[in-house]
Write a protein that binds this ligand. Structure first.
Ligand SMILES: Cc1cc2nc3c(=O)[nH]c(=O)nc-3n(C[C@H](O)[C@H](O)[C@H](O)COP(=O)(O)O)c2cc1C
Length: 267
């Protein structure tokens, strides 16, 4: 197994993504380093269009997907955030609003929150204001739920897992179980758990294809996380996925695979 050091952002499609459109902004505040922090006018960020066509094959993304917990402290662009959120739970069909993730009976129990750290998402000439945002897949927009720097608190609520603190952003998946159990009864509970796994894998593969890092986190204090993100009473948090630029890239070759399999076969 080879680990290649350095953050690699080479694909042309990613460049196109970085040059995507911008949401609505109003006003500004001076950040710590003098750069402006954009303040959301009506609490709505219209996200840039996602790309439907990347240069990394699904096989490449599958073979190089890894849980990565070591990050470079650099902001993400709003275009990158847009792409990751779309991959997780974005619209792929307009008649019924079907999504990137399969869902039992298309009941779509999941809600996504984006916890943005200060100066961690570049937005026009400044940065997105720190806080918790809810992702609305139907308008591909972020809605500000709570302003503030929740970096330390989320880290502590996630049992002090450092990658939660070090990431540029954290996606928190919650579920309204009733949407699915209302149709399928008790069996709906397992359907919700299965669905969050699908959405999480989408994030893993999209992040890998974009040269970004993530890890699925299931260990945290539910009620604390719920309070931090400003979730509604009927939602339960299921996953946290930090997203950031990786300190290293994971590589896995067909030769390594062949060698391993031959060894297992005793050949
Ligand atoms: C349901 C679930 C919960 C997990 N919880 C955590 C967690 O709390 N913290 C963490 O660092 N990794 C967590 N992981 C990631 C696993 O540790 C990781 O997938 C495993 O070590 C295999 O490594 P890989 O993802 O690179 O293949 C979780 C994975 C799953 C599927």
């Amino acid at each position: 197994m080879k680990i290649v050091v350095g953050s690699i952002l080479s694909s042309i499609s990613l460049l196109v993504l970085l040059l995507g459109g911008y949401g609505r902004v109003w006003g500004s505040r001076r950040g710590v380093g003098g750069e402006e922090t954009r303040v959301v006018s009506d609490g709505v960020i219209r996200l840039p269009w996602p790309s439907f066509d990347g240069s990394v094959s699904v096989e490449k993304a599958l073979s190089t997907r890894r849980s990565i917990r070591d990050y470079v402290s650099e902001p993400l662009s709003l275009g990158e955030v847009s792409q990751i959120l779309w991959s997780a739970y974005g619209i792929t069909e307009t008649r019924y609003g079907f999504k990137t993730t399969p869902s039992a009976g298309a009941t779509y129990p999941l809600e996504l929150y984006l916890v943005v750290n200060p100066r961690s998402v570049s937005y026009s000439e400044g940065f997105l204001e720190a806080g918790s945002y809810r992702y609305d897949p139907y308008s591909h927009s972020l809605f500000l739920v709570k302003r503030g720097n929740f970096r330390e608190e989320l880290y502590r609520a996630a049992l002090e897992q450092e990658w939660v603190r070090d990431a540029a952003v954290n996606i928190v998946f919650t579920a309204v179980f009733e949407r699915t159990t209302g149709r399928y009864g008790q069996r709906g509970i397992r359907y919700v758990w299965i669905e969050v796994g699908h959405a999480g894998q989408n994030v893993y593969l999209q992040a890998t294809a974009m040269g970004l890092a993530t890890v699925a986190i299931g260990a945290f204090h539910d009620s604390w996380v719920k309070e931090i993100i400003g979730a509604r009473e009927d939602e339960e948090p299921l996953y946290i996925m930090p997203v950031a630029r990786p300190l290293y890239r994971y590589e896995f070759t067909l030769d390594e695979y062949r060698e391993y399999i031959m060894r297992q076969r005793g050949q």
